[in-house]
Design a protein around this ligand. Sequence first.
Ligand code: ADP
Ligand code: MG
Length: 394
Amino acid sequence: MALSETDERIAHVRTAFAALYSGEPVLWAQAPGRVDLMGSHTDYNEGYVLTMPIDRTTWIAARPRDDRQVAVHSLNIEGGETFSLDGDIQRSTAVPWTDYVRGVAKVLQDEGYALRGFDGLVHSTVPFGSGLSSSAALEVATATLFNELSGLGLDPVRLAVLCQRAENTFVGVNCGILDQYTSAAGRAGHVLLLDCRHLAHTVAPIHPDIRIVICDTRYKRALTGSEYPQRRAQCEAGAATLAPRYPGVRTLRDVTLEQLDAAREALDETVYRRSRFIVQENQRVLDLAAALPEKGAAALAALTAESFAGARDLYEIVVPQMEAMLTAIHGAPGVLGARQAGAGFGGCLVAFVERDCVGDFGAHVCAAYREATGIESAVYAVEAAPGAGLLAVE
Ligand code: ADP
Ligand code: MG
């Protein structure tokens, strides 16, 4: 069944490629979306995240060109464009989504890599703007393609860092490393315990009884809004106040709860609450990483509940649709725990569900959330997918 879905997808892309460019793609790059199981906003504090690449992926089917041009179209969004690898690559005014591709090309060239152009067709099963990181999947798929076509020899971590730089400096979204790292370095069947300071990770299996289920509120957040940079600035302000008091503190990753509380009167009230969430969330990542392979049900329930409560009361990234989704989840059969995924302000929740209950769980959540909000949600189980690479297409 999974095989035939993949075959259908390949046939669909192949047909569209032929209509656009004539002929066949010769190379297929893929990069997964991701879901964070624990660790909201910890990445830009150089902390930890428990993260999982998912079997929702972005593909680019491509054929190399010899004229230093890159042509890209997408089956998910209107419009396509051709740009030159010669000269300074600019942002697109007409087809803004190509900036993710342009940005990766620019960053790679600025690093001195010689790139070969291509005709490319993008197709993705990662929903846009839901917190599963379709933008990183597109960047990482693009970099994977350049890596192969141009023989760059980039390892996954370097590739992720350059993709993050493309999103930061070219697209203009000041995201942390989480999304690109997970997409580039993931391993099938495993979650990653990512250390965002040292750009290193360990992998752990999920207990076989547990399934990870995405519960999409279908309420779109806007990450380029002011909330995200504001949270970052508040975290930096917290670290800046604490650093002179405690040797060795550079970011909130280095701060203990005791240190934070001892310095409370020196911190602005909002900065204190933001910092408290990050310090606690960071510890929850480590605790969940220990609980997940064993199916530590009590720990799972407590950690996810604390994470959501902190996101709501301390970090203030929860909107009413997310509350309604959590209530729907908690009324459903087989739930072990659930929390926000991604940056918050809508998007998805991630639920840990008893494997045997996934069908009933989904039906209940959809109905209860619809009843509460009038919104048709999307609820689906995901598997831990491999990180980015080439697809073997016959
Ligand atoms: P998220 O990364 O959480 O999905 P973002 O707002 O960061 O949300 O990125 C979504 C944007 O990435 C889309 O609006 C689009 O511009 C671009 N994008 C992602 N996937 C594709 C795709 N398959 N085709 C074209 N553009 C895409
Ligand atoms: Mg994104």
